[in-house]
Design a protein around this ligand. Structure first.
Ligand code: FES
Length: 122
C-alpha cells in the first residue's frame, strides 16, 4: 500500500495491516502513539514514522515535500518515549529551514516504542 489514501478509514485499515508509508513490517511489534492535547491514540508498527502515525489517527500534519525530509514543515515535539536518533539529513534540513532543534521531523522520526507527541495545532 502506498502512502496516499484519501479515506481515513482506509488509512486506518492500512495501519492495522501493518502497511503504511509504502513499507511492510514483518514480525511487527505495535507501538502506541498518544497525541497531545487531543488525547487521540493509535497503534502502529514499530519503525513506522510519526507522520504515518498521525495520519493513522486522522490528524493533520503540515507537509510540502510529501514526507521526503526536505521541507521541515512536519516538525512535532516528542514529549516522551523512544524514537529513532536524528540523522544528519534531518539535522541539516532543520537548520536550513530554521526549525526549532527540539522538534523532530515527523516524516523521518521512526517509532521505537510507545510515545507521546504534540504539535501546536492538534
Ligand atoms: S514532510 Fe517535508 S520534511 Fe517532513
Amino acid at each position: 500500500m502506498v502512502g496516499k489514501v484519501a479515506d481515513p478509514r482506509a488509512w486506518r485499515a492500512a495501519v492495522a495491516l501493518g502497511r503504511v508509508g509504502g513499507a511492510r513490517y514483518p514480525g511487527r511489534v505495535d507501538c502506541e502513539v498518544r497525541f497531545h492535547p487531543s488525547q487521540q491514540r493509535v497503534r502502529v508498527p514499530r519503525g513506522a514514522s510519526l507522520l504515518d502515525a498521525a495520519r493513522g489517527a486522522g490528524l493533520p500534519v503540515a507537509r510540502a515535500c510529501g514526507g521526503t525530509g526536505l521541507c521541515s514543515r512536519c516538525g512535532v515535539r516528542v514529549l516522551s518515549g523512544p524514537v529513532s536518533v536524528e540523522s544528519a539529513d534531518e539535522a541539516h534540513a532543520k537548520r536550513a529551514n530554521r526549525v526549532d532543534p527540539e522538534l523532530r521531523l515527523a516524516c523521518l522520526a521512526r517509532l521505537q516504542g510507545d510515545v507521546v507527541v504534540t504539535a501546536a495545532y492538534w
